[in-house]
Design a protein around this ligand. Structure first.
Ligand code: PRP
Ligand code: URA
Length: 209
């Protein structure tokens, strides 16, 4: 069974509170989403492998460490996942970026696919799937399946807020995918919005309604 990691770093929790607040406007919402994602990426990359290389400082030759091992890839689920991309790229500028276009049909709540473009070497990469909201889990499950169908094997899901129903749905279909969240919320409401949540992430990021 995959693990669920709730990132309780005080900076993440403080920014999450501001993100949830209905009085936070789109510009601040975008900035906070980026900052939270950056802090989450910092925590999640703690176990990357290092190797020693030789360099020359202005003073002398020295051995020093650089990251080695699998290359990284990030895959935002459009639209709201776009708000998380820059936060990861700020720390890992060499990561390749794929995109998966999905929206949740408001009537059926089923994910509807409209775009998928992934790095060609997706099978060789450690992949972070980005979406701020894990509600029923339908969108994330479909996105994980797209990635797997195209050869991706090493996938981690990064969501800012999750509902227990969404976590359960991922565990059921994709037990190999670890889930990282900033907030683990109480439940879904009758429209499958996360409670207390933050409302509609895509609308708040992009100022639509
Ligand atoms: C939101 C969110 C997730 C999905 C979560 O996207 O960004 O992708 O809903 O819900 P689920 O877990 O029940 O599938 P939405 O469908 O509103 O599309 P948008 O990002 O284009 O606004
Ligand atoms: N999508 C959102 O943007 N918010 C929710 O609470 C659930 C799905």
């Amino acid at each position: 069974m995959s693990k669920v990691v709730v990132m309780d770093h005080p900076l993440i929790q403080h920014k999450l509170t501001m993100l949830r607040d209905k009085n936070t406007g789109s510009k601040d919402f975008r900035d906070l989403t980026k900052e939270i994602t950056m802090l989450m990426a910092y925590e999640m990359t703690r176990n990357l492998n290092l190797m020693e290389i030789e360099i020359e400082t202005p003073i002398c030759k020295a051995k020093s460490k650089v990251i080695t091992g699998k290359k990284l890839g990030i895959v935002p689920i459009l639209r709201a996942g776009m708000g998380m991309v820059d936060g990861v790229l700020q720390l890992i500028p060499a990561a390749k970026v794929g995109h998966i276009g999905l929206y949740r049909d408001p009537e059926t709540l089923e994910p509807v696919e409209y775009y998928c473009k992934l790095p060609t070497d997706v099978e060789e990469r450690e992949l972070f799937l980005l979406d701020p909201m894990l509600a029923t889990g339908g969108s994330a499950n479909a996105a994980i399946q797209f990635i797997k169908d195209r050869g991706g094997v090493n996938i981690r899901l990064v969501a800012i807020i999750a509902a227990p129903e969404g976590v359960e749905a991922i565990h059921k279909l994709h037990p190999d995918v670890d889930i990282y969240v900033a907030g683990m919320d109480e439940k879904l409401n009758e429209k499958a919005y996360i409670v207390p949540g933050l409302g509609d992430a895509g609308d708040r990021l992009f100022g639509t309604k």
